[in-house]
Design a protein around this ligand. Structure first.
Ligand code: FAD
Length: 466
């Protein structure tokens, strides 16, 4: 009988343990993508980006003599139906750490199918990176040391072909899923900023290694230079394996690249967040440190301050620049993610989960684990987090990381006689119902940042002494 390969965030051919094993199983394989409850739960931008990843992946599969079968419905029912039609009884998949994916796997098993899970999304299985007592690390540095000492094994080659069934089951058309639908006005703009597919991910990695890794440690914090690899979107959909990126950086480290260690540490942050989500399925919903459960965050969904933050019109230029980069490109510089998040949950005292959900809707590299762990880091609600009293100052961040103002000019049209296309694009990206125009005066600050800081510290003191 054929094997059903359920593909989710593993849309590549190389270093793919599941595909590698399937190609050698001596049985026909049927690759499947589902428009299921996990897709319905995705935000607008990641859903669109997942569709782009699938569109790039399907032709790659075809080159192996295979096909991507697209079906809709809850995963357990869709896969059970496909199993009945094809005589399959096994579903093979790449294990994912997020709770919804895990619940789906259990449901598929409960529907009577045998589920076989493969590694590939992580550098190490969560249980392999543990303290001497076998417990998960709660802080990053010892985790990093343990991960650096772990051998992830060598990347696997892409299979030459995948055995096809005698009869292919029917497939829906990917275009009919309209995965880009929820993106509305900003969709085409954001789509143009994406680099979907394995070939582009590999090219991006090569270019980063050749031109940017050596200077990464400094350039990653320079807002205008934006010296990151930009591989997060590719890693989020498995268009490249973390192991391949890790190996490439290790090799560069051995050749003496000065940026390699810093970059490896960032990959370790990705891994740390994934393991954290594996061990704490409520990471996106509840503070890791339960002491924070009663903190009086502002939870109003319609406050003017929250609206201004979402609309990238807080009146704090660097903050708005970051939030506009997000509107236009679907991504945001890491330092700006930290600053805009800090402004939301500290300066404005708005619940970090509201910000987390906004990012989950807007980021094309959205990742349940990275998003949640980082929001908790900024909010100060995890064991290894920025302490609550550390409040990012927009002015200090601008002086340090955008000294020439180049990043702000790139994204803020107001006040510029000849704004660049990047800054004007924001006005095309936002809903026209907002009635914004580049000629509008720049809004006054929703709050004086130092006043916001004082208020946050006072709230924190009251909370500590309660
Ligand atoms: P590089 O600097 O090239 O780093 C290499 C890779 O390491 C990245 O591609 C990413 O996979 C990983 N990485 C780097 N920094 C982190 C980090 N702090 N945490 C976890 N992994 C990291 N990253 C996401 O991939 N998805 C998210 O949804 C996401 N949400 C975030 C929310 C907030 C509030 C903050 C502060 C950070 C968030 N990040 C998220 C982490 C980080 O901002 C992005 O991974 C990074 O900006 C991606 O750019 P890059 O690929 O050029 O990174």
């Amino acid at each position: 009988p054929p094997i059903l390969l359920w593909l989710r965030r593993d849309l590549r051919l190389s270093d793919h343990p599941l595909l590698h094993a399937a190609a050698r199983a001596g049985r026909p394989v049927i690759p499947v993508a589902l428009n299921d409850e996990a897709v319905a739960a995705m935000g607008a931008a990641p859903r669109m980006r997942w569709g782009m990843a699938l569109a790039a992946f399907a032709p790659a599969l075809a080159e192996l003599g295979s096909r991507l079968i697209c079906r809709s419905g809850p995963a357990d029912r869709a896969l059970a139906a496909l199993a009945r039609e094809t005589g399959a009884s096994e579903v093979w998949l790449t294990a994912l750490p997020d709770p919804l994916a895990r619940a789906q796997e259990q449901a598929v098993q409960a529907a009577g199918l045998t589920v076989r899970a493969f590694p590939g999304f992580l550098l190490a299985p969560p249980e392999a990176i543990a303290t001497g007592q076998g417990r998960p690390f709660r802080v990053f540095t010892p985790f990093w040391r343990a991960l650096a000492a772990h051998d992830p094994g060598d990347p696997l080659p892409a299979p030459g072909r995948l055995p096809a069934p005698d009869h292919w089951p029917s497939s829906e058309r990917l275009e009919d899923w309209r995965l880009e639908q929820a993106m509305q006005r900003g969709g085409p703009l954001v789509a143009a900023h994406q680099n979907p597919g394995e070939a582009r991910a590999r090219a991006r990695l090569e270019a980063f290694l050749d031109h940017s890794l050596d200077g990464y440690a400094a350039a990653r914090d320079d807002l205008a230079a934006d010296g990151g690899s930009k591989l997060s979107e590719n890693l989020a959909y498995g268009e490249i394996s973390p192991r391949m990126v890790w190996h490439a950086a290790r090799a560069a480290q051995e050749r003496g690249s000065p940026g390699a260690e810093t970059f490896l540490r960032e990959l370790a942050w990705r891994e740390f967040s994934q393991h954290a989500l594996w061990h704490n399925p409520t990471l996106p919903d509840s503070p890791l440190d339960p002491a924070w459960a009663g903190f009086p965050w502002d939870r109003a969904e319609d406050s003017p301050a929250l609206l201004a933050w979402r609309q990238a019109r807080t009146g704090m230029p660097l903050v708005d620049a970051g939030l506009r980069e997000l509107w236009v490109t679907g991504r945001m510089h890491n330092r700006m993610r930290m600053l805009t998040a800090s402004v939301l949950c500290k300066t404005l005292l708005i619940d970090w989960r509201i910000g987390l959900r906004w990012f989950a809707d807007q980021l094309t590299d959205w990742d349940a684990a990275a998003n949640a762990l980082n929001w908790q880091w900024v909010a100060g609600t995890g064991p290894d987090a920025a302490p609550f009293f550390r409040v990012f100052s927009p002015d200090a961040q601008a002086a340090r990381h955008d000294a020439t103002g180049a990043y702000r000019r790139r994204w803020l049209a107001e006040g510029q006689r000849h704004p660049p296309a990047t800054a004007l694009a924001f006005f095309d990206a936002v809903p026209s119902s907002w009635g914004l125009s580049p000629g509008d005066p720049y809004p006054p600050p929703v709050i004086d940042p130092s006043e916001g800081r004082r208020r946050a510290l006072a709230a924190f003191e009251r909370f500590r002494k309660r």
